[in-house]
Unconditional design. Structure first.
Length: 184
C-alpha cells in the first residue's frame, strides 16, 4: 500500500501513520479494498474543542498543580533552609495563575469549536498588514503594447508645426494692458 499524500510505500497494511509525511493511514486499506466506499463502522470524525474549553482545562490544571508543586517546594525549602518565601511565591503563582487563566478563557475566548484564539487573530491580522506592505512597494505588472500602435501617420494627415502654434496667454494679456493704458 502507498501513502495517498506523498506516495511512500508502507511496510505493512496495519501501519497507522505514513513513515515519511505522518499521514493518518487508519482506514486507507479498507477504503481501497472497498472501492472507495466508506463503511459505517469507521467513523474518523474528530471533535475539536473550543478555545474557551481548552483555556478552562488549562487553568484548572494549573490550579490543581498547586497541590502537587507547593508541597514539593516546601520539602525542598525546608531541606535547604530557605524559609517560607519560596513556598508562598509558588502557592500564589500557581493558584492565582490558574484562576486568572480560567477567567481569561471565560471572558475573552470564543466558544466556537473552529474559532481562532485571540492571540491567533491578532497574529493573523499583523501578518496580513505586513504582507500588504510588501506589495505596495512593488512595480506594476509588465504590460506589452502591440507594434501596430506605433505606425507612422497616414500621408495627408501631416500637420506643420507652425499650424499648431497659438498665441501665448502672456502675449494676449500684454496687448490688453497696452489697450487699457492707451484708453486712460
Amino acid at each position: 500500500m502507498f501513502c495517498p499524500r506523498c506516495g511512500q510505500e508502507q511496510v505493512s497494511e496495519e501501519t497507522r501513520y505514513c513513515s515519511r509525511c505522518g499521514f493518518l493511514m487508519t482506514g486507507v486499506g479498507e477504503l481501497i479494498s472497498s472501492g472507495g466506499q466508506m463503511s459505517g463502522a469507521t467513523d474518523l470524525t474528530v471533535t475539536k474543542e473550543s478555545p474557551r474549553k481548552k483555556g478552562l482545562k488549562q487553568g484548572l490544571m494549573i490550579f490543581l498543580l498547586t497541590f502537587l508543586i507547593v508541597p514539593l517546594v516546601a520539602i525542598t525549602s525546608v531541606n535547604l533552609i530557605l524559609g517560607p518565601t519560596p513556598i508562598a511565591i509558588t502557592a500564589i503563582l500557581f493558584s492565582v495563575g490558574g484562576i486568572l487563566r480560567m477567567v481569561y478563557a471565560l471572558l475573552l475566548e470564543s466558544n466556537q469549536p473552529d474559532a481562532k484564539t485571540l492571540e491567533e487573530n491578532v497574529f493573523g491580522s499583523a501578518q496580513n498588514l505586513l504582507n500588504k506592505n510588501k506589495t505596495n512597494n512593488a512595480l506594476p505588472p509588465q504590460q506589452t503594447m502591440p507594434a501596430s500602435v506605433y505606425t507612422p501617420p497616414i500621408q495627408g494627415n501631416w500637420r506643420d508645426t507652425n499650424d499648431l502654434v497659438q498665441p501665448s496667454v502672456t502675449e494676449g494679456t500684454t496687448k490688453l494692458l497696452e489697450r487699457e493704458d492707451k484708453n486712460q
